[in-house]
Design a protein around this ligand. Sequence first.
Ligand code: PMT
Length: 221
Amino acid sequence: ECEKKLQNKVVMITAGPTVEAIDPVRYISNHSSGKMGYALARAAQLEGAEVRLVSGPVSLRDPHGVTTVRVTSAKQMFDYVKSNIADVDVFIGCAAVADYTPVEVASQKIKKNDDEMTLKLKRNPDILAWVGEQQATRFVVGFAAESQSLKEFALKKLQKKKLDLICANDISQQGLGFNSDNNQLLLLYRDGQEKLLDIATKDALAADIMQEIGEHLKQRS
Ligand code: PMT
């Protein structure tokens, strides 16, 4: 009954925001606190997994027994993932990776004047899509934070990024999603199965997700 579901498995999790520098004092980022991703890391560790957590800048403490690597930008997060993914059995992309980054990072603080100012941005690499492209037996999980058409947009991401599972959260609901302690997740599987994990703490949801992943790994083997 108290058998651990992820014994001997290597689980890699991305968490938090990424921070994209504009100049030495300014940046582009988002409101991710890292709470969901860190909860997943703790839950995977409790199920016996070897956990690698790669995190953007957050104010949370490193989870006990988890290899935690702190990065700043999407590029740094991607570099860590590429270098450390070979033996990973389960990959979970929970980070709110900045989609765009400045084309150039000014080496000195940009001086203001009275004109409008235009910032030129380029696309960041899509870390999760890259993992999905790898021909591996790995179980690949994404998250989707949507403010409308939750299921439709999440299903598009599931297919486009070649995922096994996507966990969709509706960020238009007060007190859920970014920076809150609670969340609600709609789990959508590649094979069409779906499951609603109703409002609960991120820790409780993370534990449920590890049970789900454990079951699917068992069915595969
Ligand atoms: O950190 P918290 O405050 O606890 O908040 C948790 C959360 C709301 C950030 C989390 O639950 C969540 O939903 N994370 C995904 C945020 C999101 O909107 O992702 P996305 O729709 O931009 O991307 C979809 C998926 O692709 C995600 O798994 C993301 O990690 C991944 N991605 C996206 C862009 C990119 N360049 N690289 C990626 O890996």
